[in-house]
Design a protein around this ligand. Structure first.
Ligand code: TXA
Ligand code: MG
Length: 343
């Protein structure tokens, strides 16, 4: 299949929007930028489109999709009810990087979107290009991250293009995703709410709006992940990655570091062996925002750099702010961790 590219970094043309709308109406797939990661979009009311999403990604069909909207008015079509508490959270964080799992009103969306569940995850993205497209198209758009299943999520046009060129009708080239990690997924079908997948919106931020509304232990219900997607192997680059924690001094020059990369905060560059590849992760040990923003790009870069055979990536210890970052990094590293002293 020939994949069309629409360039929308500097200018969004009416003609491009109309073409994209036509593709969605024809149940074709279009990759769109969002502030978390690029999404592989298809019309959530079309069984054909949703089937194509699973095929294009090579994704297991029991893993439900997030539906993307541009206006709260769309919710009434496919959600049973939105409680005043959830409405308050939506007003606080939408448009933005949080998805809410709500009770499904059956009949409007195609069944395949939810993988047979009676709940539905919904998000209203804030990325100006993604948002403009959703407004223009005015359909609920199902969109998982625009990567092949098991690969790191795309935060740049090129990542999505490398994985999906030839497999989708089109890809929109927008800017690099501002947040860089997938949205927080909050299960609102029970109270207190539960974080099914950590993201930029933390428990603490949610509880600033609604005190004591989020369960302490995140992610599990009856010992199983709430979000079916959390049980799969995920986010792994081909280059072996190890998490590096407790880096409190210079790494000894005791072996051949030539083909090894260290992605650590800029302030710690002086501790990294000179022969190795230093990759700036963020400014300093407090700079979570840049670390989130850069992590997936670094994972992609490792695979495209032939000089690098393995990598150490900095692990943060601030549990609540770093939860989303560490959740993705630990998976990328297959749970391999070393401390600075062990090198
Ligand atoms: O930031 C994001 O959320 C991105 C962008 C494109 O919006 N999308 C994304 O979608 O990450 P995806 O499909 O890669 O991840 C969706 C996650 C999966 O872990 C899935 O299992 C979970 O949300 N999920 C979706 N619907 C659910 C439901 N009804 N109940 C429980 N988990 C659900
Ligand atoms: Mg994904």
């Amino acid at each position: 299949m020939e994949t069309k590219v629409w360039h929308m970094r500097d200018h969004i043309s009416e003609q491009d929007l109309a073409e994209i709308k036509g593709q969605f109406e024809a149940s074709e797939l279009v990759v769109i930028p969002t502030e978390t990661v690029y999404g592989l979009g298809g019309n959530a009311c079309s069984d054909e489109a949703v089937k194509r999403i699973y095929e294009a990604k090579g994704r297991p069909s029991d893993n439900p999709l997030i539906v993307h909207i541009h206006s709260m008015d769309q919710l009434g079509d496919f959600v049973q009810k939105v409680s005043p508490e959830v409405q308050e959270l939506m007003r606080a964080f939408w448009p933005g990087p949080i998805s809410f799992i709500l009770p499904l009103k059956a009949g409007y969306l195609c069944e395949r979107v939810t993988g047979g569940l009676n709940s539905i995850a919904v998000r209203m993205p804030s990325h100006p290009v993604g948002r403009r497209i959703l407004q223009y198209v005015n359909l609920p758009i199902a969109a998982p991250s625009a990567n092949l299943s098991g690969r790191p999520s795309p935060t740049m046009f090129q990542h999505a293009f490398d994985d999906l060129n030839g497999r989708v009708a089109g890809i929109v080239n927008g800017d690099q995703s501002e947040e860089g990690l997938e949205s927080t997924v909050l299960d609102c079908t029970t109270y207190p709410f539960q974080i099914a997948r950590p993201g930029a919106i933390t428990k603490k931020m949610i509880e600033t709006v609604l005190p004591h509304s989020v369960e302490g232990k995140s992610g599990l219900k009856d010992g199983k992940p709430i979000a079916p997607g959390m049980k799969y192997k995920h986010y792994a680059p081909d280059t072996p990655v190890t998490v590096l924690t407790q880096l409190n001094g210079p790494i000894p020059n005791n072996k051949d570091w030539q083909h090894i990369a260290f992605a650590v905060p800029q302030t710690l560059q002086g501790w990294v062996p000179k022969e190795s590849h230093f990759i700036p992760l963020c400014d300093d040990e407090e700079d979570m925002k840049a670390a989130n923003h850069n992590l997936y790009r670094i994972l992609h870069d490792l695979d495209s750099d032939d000089e690098i055979t393995s990598a150490y990536i900095y692990g943060f210890t601030n549990e609540s702010r770093a939860e989303a970052y560490m959740n993705r990094l630990m998976k990328a590293a297959n749970q391999e961790v070393v401390t600075g002293d062990e090198l």
